[in-house]
Write a protein that binds this ligand. Structure first.
Ligand code: G3H
Ligand code: 13P
Ligand code: NA
Ligand code: ZN
Length: 307
């Protein structure tokens, strides 16, 4: 069935694992992820960005996720990733999403609170849950300056006040991760002291880690070997993600690693088999590559197998 994340987060909070939240854009990606979760017997969140919604068109992703539930028999959370205003959150709740993110992190504190409260009120009245964000995800250019950290990373006291005043169900925090394939210029760094402080102040609030892809060198190398051009890509080391799951991180967002796995496989196939032109021929191994990547994340990074 389509479920909210309430129970799975409550359980994840008490144990050293986190639930994977994987971005979906089309059928093959959904199938690869769902097959992996089924194989690992793991809780699962499928998330749809505004861009994904636009690309696939709202009705398609909804029906594809319904089909995945019917086909797999799994319980799945359907979540809006980075909703930027009340309107898109409302639309998704009305469509049947069980969870939405209102990302008010670009707004001043009080405006973020007001916007989040509005979404919480509506979503809760319809039985859906809400994730909010406080603090800004660092860009690669920000990661050297120590001063910039306290300006952009989540302030623990503000986090506590934010959760109390909004009644939000989970909170995305900024401790040094960022979106995409270029997360750090030098040594990767996450502010675990800050994370521990936040978790201490709001121990009952499930925390969310965005920008959590590892950008595994093997997949970057395969893309580049078969005609790609993504030099210098770097993500969050896997052991850092695992550590984060011990300090309140219950949801780990992964998109870039799926994109890299899929693209590496398609590139390789098309170069090695130039005579093929049936999309099923290259999308099957691409789907398998997604499944392998997601199983690896669930099993070896998030420790969510059989949870
Ligand atoms: O937060 C970003 C996710 O990776 C989704 O990316 O907006 O390109 O679909 P997107
Ligand atoms: P990555 O770009 O690290 O995969 O992060 C995805 C994400 O945070 C989606 O909200
Ligand atoms: Na946990
Ligand atoms: Zn994100």
């Amino acid at each position: 069935a389509l479920i909210t994340s309430k129970e799975i987060f409550a359980k994840a909070l008490t144990r050293d694992y986190a639930v994977g939240a994987f971005n979906v854009n089309n059928m093959e990606i959904i199938q690869g992820i769902v097959d992996a979760a089924k194989e690992e017997n793991a809780p699962l969140i499928l998330q749809v960005s505004a861009g994904a919604r636009k690309y696939a068109r709202p009705a398609y992703l909804l029906k594809l996720v319904e089909a995945a539930i019917e086909d797999s028999g799994l319980d799945i959370v359907l979540h809006l990733d980075h909703g930027e205003d009340f309107d898109i959150c409302k639309k998704c709740v009305d469509d049947g999403f069980t969870s939405v993110m209102i990302d008010g992190s670009k707004h001043p504190f009080e405006e973020n609170i007001a916007l989040t409260k509005q979404v919480v009120e509506y979503a809760h009245s319809k039985g859906a849950v809400v994730e909010a964000e406080l603090g800004k995800l660092a860009g690669v250019e920000d990661n050297i300056k120590v001063d910039a950290r306290s300006a952009t990373f989540t302030d623990p006291d503000e986090a506590a006040e934010f959760v109390k005043r909004t009644g939000v169900d989970s909170l995305a925090i900024a401790i040094g991760t960022s979106h995409g394939a270029y997360k750090f210029k030098g040594e990767p760094y996450l502010d675990f002291e800050r994370l521990k402080k936040i978790h201490e102040l709001i121990p009952d609030t499930p925390l969310v880690l965005h920008g959590a892809s590892t950008v595994l060198p093997e997949f970057v190398a395969r893309c580049n070997e078969y005609g790609g051009n993504i030099p210098g890509a770097q993500g969050v080391p896997e052991d850092m993600i695992t550590t984060a799951t011990k300090y309140g991180i219950c949801k780990v967002n992964i998109d870039t690693d799926l994109r890299l796995a899929m693209t590496a496989e398609v590139r390789k196939f098309l170069i090695e088999k130039p005579e093929e032109f049936d999309p099923r021929k290259y999308l099957s191994p691409a789907r398998d590559a997604i499944q392998r990547m997601v199983q690896h994340k669930i099993k070896n990074v998030l420790n969510a197998s059989n949870q």
